[in-house]
Ligand binder design. Structure first.
Ligand SMILES: *Cc1c(COP(=O)(O)O)cnc(C)c1O
Length: 354
C-alpha cells in the first residue's frame, strides 16, 4: 500500500450516522446524507444507507452520476449551472434552485426526457450565499414556476453558516414556515419539504427549539466528524476520527530553527518569519500543499509541531516527541472537514476503507 494514505473507519462512520439519524427522526426530520467528501465512493455511500440516511445529496453532479444505481433519492445541492442542466435532470431527482432561467431550462429538459424534475426553492435568510433574499420575489417566482410542466416545486430550503457564519435559530427558520404558509394559501399548493439547513441546524434539535414545520436536514460534516457546526460541539457518542491521514517520513535531521542567509519569499510568494529555538530534530513527510493545507491537519502525537509545508513536503518538529522516529516511520494526523475533502479529491492520496 502506498502513502500518503487516508484511512476510513467503516464502523465509526456507521455509528456516527446511526446517532444522527436517530436524533433527526425522533423530531420528525428526514436526514439526508451529504456525500461531498466521498469523491463518488459508493462503498462509503452504502454505509450511510445502512445507517438509515433517507436521501443522498452532493454538490457535484459527477458524484451523483456515480451513484446512479443506488436506489435512494438524489438531491443536487449546488445551484445547477445552465451548462449542466441535462445531467442534473438525468442524475438528480431533485435540485436546490433560485434562478428562474435555470428552472425553465430544467423544465424543458425534463419534458424532453419525459420526466418531472423536483425542485426546492432556496431562501436566503441572511447568510448571503445562495437563495432569494426578498420575500416578494419568492411569490413572483412561484407564479412562473407553477406554469412549468416539467417541474414540481416540492419544497423550500435554506442554507446558513456557510458564508456569513449566521447561526440557525428558531426565529430565522420560522420565517421559512411563514413563507411556506403564505405560498400554500396564495397558490393553493402543498409544499411537502421544509429543508432547514445543514449540520449547523442540529443544535436546535438538541435544545428542542426547531420550528415544528422543518422536516428535512442535509447533513455532511456532522456525519463525518460527529459535530454540530454552529458552535463546533461534539455530539454525544460520535467519533471525530473516522478519517485519518498517514504520511511517511523521508528525512530526519537536526537543523537550526532559523534559515541561513538573506530571507526572500517562500514557495508561495510570502515572506516567512522564524523563531529561534536552537537546533531541532526535524522530519519531512511526503505530502504537500497539493494534497492538504496545514491548517487542516491535527497531530495525533501532541508533542509533534507542524513547522511548514511546500507543494510536496510537510516539515515537522519531532524534538519533543517521546517516540524515536526513524526514516520510513509513519506519522498519523486527524483532519478537519476541508482537509478530508481535499485529501479524498487528490489522486496522489491512497484511500483505504477498514
Ligand atoms: C455542503 C452543504 C450542506 C452540508 O453542510 P454540512 O455543514 O457539511 O452539514 C448542506 N446544504 C448545502 C446546500 C451544502 O452546500
Amino acid at each position: 500500500m502506498t502513502y500518503p494514505k487516508i484511512i476510513i473507519n467503516k464502523n465509526k462512520l456507521k455509528e456516527n450516522v446511526e446517532i444522527l439519524v436517530d436524533i433527526c427522526k425522533r423530531q420528525g426530520i428526514s436526514p439526508g446524507g451529504v456525500t461531498k467528501v466521498f469523491s463518488g465512493n459508493s462503498e462509503l455511500v452504502n454505509i450511510l444507507i445502512e445507517g438509515g440516511i433517507e436521501f443522498l445529496a452532493d454538490s457535484r453532479i459527477e458524484n451523483l452520476e456515480l451513484f446512479k444505481d443506488i436506489p435512494l433519492p438524489k438531491l443536487m445541492l449546488r445551484l445547477p449551472m445552465l451548462s449542466e442542466v441535462e445531467k442534473i435532470v438525468e442524475y438528480a431527482d431533485m435540485s436546490l434552485n433560485s434562478e428562474l432561467l435555470t428552472i425553465k431550462k430544467l423544465s424543458e429538459v425534463a419534458l424532453e426526457k419525459e420526466k418531472v424534475h423536483k425542485i426546492i426553492l432556496m431562501i436566503d435568510l441572511g447568510d448571503l450565499r445562495e437563495g432569494i433574499f426578498e420575500e416578494v420575489e419568492v411569490y413572483e417566482l412561484i407564479k412562473d414556476i407553477i406554469e412549468l410542466k416539467g417541474i414540481k416545486l416540492v419544497g423550500l430550503g435554506t442554507n446558513l453558516t456557510c458564508h456569513g457564519g449566521v447561526i440557525p435559530t428558531n426565529d430565522n427558520l420560522k420565517r421559512l414556515s411563514e413563507i411556506k404558509e403564505n405560498i400554500e394559501e396564495k397558490f393553493k399548493l402543498n409544499i411537502e419539504i421544509l429543508s432547514g439547513g445543514n449540520s449547523s441546524s442540529l443544535h436546535l434539535l438538541e435544545k428542542d427549539d426547531m420550528p415544528a414545520q422543518i422536516n428535512q436536514l442535509r447533513l455532511g460534516e456532522s456525519l463525518i466528524l460527529g459535530r454540530e457546526t454552529a458552535y463546533g460541539n461534539q455530539i454525544k457518542g460520535t467519533h471525530s476520527d473516522v478519517f485519518q491521514l498517514i504520511t511517511e517520513l523521508i528525512e530526519i535531521r537536526e537543523k537550526p530553527s532559523i534559515p541561513i542567509g538573506e530571507i526572500g519569499l517562500d514557495a508561495f510568494g510570502r515572506k516567512p518569519t522564524f523563531k529561534d529555538k536552537g537546533k531541532r530534530k526535524r522530519g519531512i513527510c511526503a505530502i504537500g500543499k497539493q494534497d492538504i493545507d496545514i491548517e487542516d491537519l491535527i497531530t495525533v502525537d501532541k508533542n509533534i509541531n507542524i513547522i511548514g509545508q511546500s507543494s510536496d513536503h510537510l516539515i515537522l518538529d519531532l524534538t519533543d516527541s517521546k517516540d524515536e522516529y526513524k526514516l520510513g516511520d509513519k506519522i498519523k494526523f486527524d483532519l478537519n472537514y476541508g482537509g478530508i475533502l481535499k485529501l479524498m479529491t487528490s489522486k496522489y492520496v491512497c484511500k483505504e476503507i477498514e
